[in-house]
Design a protein around this ligand. Structure first.
Ligand SMILES: Cc1cc2nc3c(=O)[nH]c(=O)nc-3n(C[C@H](O)[C@H](O)[C@H](O)COP(=O)(O)OP(=O)(O)OC[C@H]3O[C@@H](n4cnc5c(N)ncnc54)[C@H](O)[C@@H]3O)c2cc1C
Length: 377
């Protein structure tokens, strides 16, 4: 078997891998990216048209500095590509004043001086008549938040990486990898590659690729639905923001109407456990649909039209729902980014930079302490 040599191999060219390949190539590394499917495919976690991006991060204020950096880098990617990837239509969080979502948004805004407008329940109904919420709910509107076109972002980073000399090979599933005294050897069906460094960005397949590490990851099946509305013009992005709604016992989110598919809505919490990501059930059931319809009937009654489009996707969860971004505990030449727990895409631009740092020098100046593998011990 012949062997080809590289500075860095990126295993998995989805959201994080494409951004890492770009950044490594920009730094002059000889990069090989191996992807089991096509570039910008719909079999992993980075598809379904759009992803929310926001800075007033309810999950933890420590994410905010990374988000400032991610914004810069998404704008940079838009400029490199000369096309639009990020739409700032605002993100409206809705919940009771004491819920985790509203409390968390306000805390991050307070600690990092971010502008978030508080909206009382009665004003919520006046300003956004499409929403029906009782007076016990309040809103928190972050205007310079919005959404990214997800597949376009992945393809854009892949194109820019290739422009800088990275070799990206779709339909090249990695069957095994091994650390060596001088780096790593990575095998696909019929080919062997050597490199000084390896970056593992395998998404839902991370447990298969890093089996010996025993990372506490679980994969969840998630369904995205697009429904018809009574009048799509009421939900256009100039009048209707992205939204996240925390109710007691459920968390839904969605996007403005962007095209003939109508309004996209999905449930963020829950989701069936997936034993093997390659065997994911991609059929959308009436139970999947009914879950979203129940939410819409109660809170967005004008969105009760036909189901126009749907996609099934996967979250890779960690126990604390924070990411894993670290070097391999036994092999410092291997950097890992995984467990994005259903909220990682907006960070892909900065994760690419962090992975390039970890690959180059074993650490990053960017604040990633809370993403260490060691926290699970
Ligand atoms: C329905 C849904 C909604 C979401 N909404 C948001 C949101 O609004 N905002 C947000 O920020 N985040 C959101 N997320 C989360 C975000 O999309 C993910 O965290 C992010 O896309 C994960 O990127 P990744 O690179 O880890 O995974 P992926 O993009 O899936 O990339 C992993 C890649 O590795 C490849 N691979 C795996 N094993 C191998 C192998 N052996 N050989 C070769 N290739 C391999 C896979 O084929 C895949 O392409 C959402 C996720 C889902 C599923």
């Amino acid at each position: 078997m012949s062997q080809e040599n590289y500075d860095v191999i990126v295993l998995g060219v989805g959201g994080m891998g494409a951004a890492a390949a770009f950044e490594l190539a920009r730094r002059g590394r000889r990069v090989l990216g191996l992807e089991q499917f096509s570039l910008g495919h719909d079999r992993g976690s980075s598809h379904g048209q759009t992803r929310i991006i926001r800075k007033a991060y309810f999950e933890h204020p420590n994410y905010v500095p990374l988000l400032h950096r991610a914004y810069q880098r998404w704008y940079e990617l838009e400029q490199l590509q000369g096309r639009h990837l990020f739409t700032e239509c605002g993100v409206l969080s809705i919940g009771t004043p004491q819920c985790e979502l509203i409390q968390g948004v306000q805390r991050s805004a307070r600690e990092h001086g971010l502008h978030v407008e508080s909206i009382a329940g009665s004003d919520l109904r006046r300003r956004y008549p499409a929403f029906q919420f009782g007076d016990e709910y309040v809103g928190a509107l972050e205007r310079d938040a919005g959404f990214l076109y997800v597949e376009d972002c992945v393809v854009a980073y892949a194109e820019e990486a290739r422009r800088l000399g990275a070799e990206l090979r779709p339909f090249s599933a990695v069957t095994s990898w091994q650390a060596t005294p001088t780096g790593v050897v990575v095998r696909t069906e019929g080919q062997e590659y050597a490199a000084q460094r390896l970056v593992i960005t395998a998404g839902a397949w991370t447990s298969q690729v890093l089996g010996d590490l025993g990372l506490p990851l679980t994969v969840r099946r998630k369904v995205l639905h697009w429904f018809g509305t009574s009048d799509d013009r009421l939900f256009r992005r100039d009048v209707f923001p992205c939204y996240m709604v925390q109710r007691s016992g459920s968390f839904f989110y969605g996007f403005p109407v962007l095209d003939a598919n109508g309004l996209k809505v999905a449930r963020h919490d829950e989701g069936l456990s997936v034993a093997d990501p390659s065997q994911l059930d991609r059929n959308v059931t009436s139970a999947d649909e009914e879950e979203c319809r129940g939410f819409l009937r109660q809170h967005l009654p004008a969105v009760g039209g036909s189901l126009r489009f749907a996609r099934v996707c996967m979250y890779t969860m960690t126990p604390d729902e924070h990411f894993i971004i670290d070097v391999h505990p036994a092999h410092p030449q291997v950097a890992i980014a995984a467990g994005f727990s259903g909220h990682g895409f907006k960070f892909a631009a900065v994760v690419g930079e962090i992975l390039a740092d970890l690959s180059d020098k074993g650490h990053s100046e960017l604040p990633i302490g809370m993403f260490s593998i060691g926290r699970f011990k």
